[in-house]
Ligand binder design. Sequence first.
Ligand code: LHQ
Length: 260
Amino acid sequence: MASILVSLETGVLTVTLNRPDKLNAFNPEMHARLREALDQAEAPEVRAVLLTGAGRAFCAGQDLSERDVSPGAAPIDLAVSLGSNYNPLVRRLRELPKPVVCAVNGTAAGAGANIALACDLVIAARSASFVQAFSKIGLIPDSGGTFFLPRLVGSARAMGLALLGEKLSAEDAAAWGLIWKVVDDAALAVQAKEIATQLATGPTTGYGLIKKALSMSAGNSLDAQLDLERDLQRKAGLSEDYREGVAAFKAKRKPVFKGK
Ligand code: LHQ
C-alpha cells in the first residue's frame, strides 16, 4: 500500500498521508514518498496543495515502533532524522510559493501537529485534536513547534501545551488562533477542497509573495518589513494577475487569474 497518495484536480494537488493502521506516523519511506509528492507540487499546473490523512488520524508524528530504545541498544541520534527528514519538510512547506491547505481529519500528534501548523491554512474536523506529545516521551516540540506555537498562541499557552502534552480540541485550537477554522467532520473534505480550489484559481504569484512576507515578518523590524513589502509589492505589481485583477474590478466582472 502506498504510504502517500497523490492526485491532481483543477490545480489542487491532494497529498494524503496513508498509513492509517499506524495513525499515519512517519517512517523514512513515508518521508521519501512525501518528498516526491512535494516535487510534483513544484509543477506550474499545481496552484495549491491540500495535505490530509487517511483514516481516523491526521498524523501521530514519528513512528515510535521504528526505533529500538531497549536497554543496551545503541543510542539514537535524533538530530539525524530531524536534519534529513523533518526540517527539510517544514522548510519546504513554508517556502513553496503557492498555498498549502491542511485538512486535519483526526488527531495530529508530535511532529504531525507541527507539520500541520507549518501549512498555510489549517482546517480541522470537529473531532480532531492537536497534541504536543513530545514531553510525554522526554522530547521537545520539533518540526517547528517551538517556533510556531508561541507565535500563534502566545508564550503562556505554548508553554502549557509543550510541557503538559495534553490534547487540545480542534474547537479550542480555533478559539486560540492555532488554526484557521473548525468544521463538522462530515464537511471537512468538501470544505477543504473548496478552499484549496478557490486558492488554485487565484493569483498564485501574489499568494507566494504573501507567504514570503508573512513568514519574514516573524524576524523583521517594522522598518525591514516595510522595505520587504515595497520589494514584494513591486513583484506582485508586475504580475499578469495584478493587471487582470484590476481590469476585472473596473469591468465589474469576475477575474480569470492564470497564476502568473
Ligand atoms: C503509534 C503512534 C506512533 C507508532 C500511535 N508510532 N505507533 C521526529 C524524529 C526525530 C526525533 C523524534 O521526534 C520526532 C518527532 C515526533 O513526532 S516525536 C512524537 C511521536 N509521537 C507521539 O509521541 C505520539 C504517540 N501517540 C499518542 O500519543 C497517541 O497514540 C495519539 C494521541 C496519537 C492517539 O491516541 P489514541 O487515539 O488514544 O490512539 P492509541 O494511542 O490507542 O493509538 C492507536 C494505535 O496507534 C496504537 O497501536 P495498537 O497496536 O495498540 O492499536 C498505537 O500504539 C499506535 N500509534 N501513535 N507515533
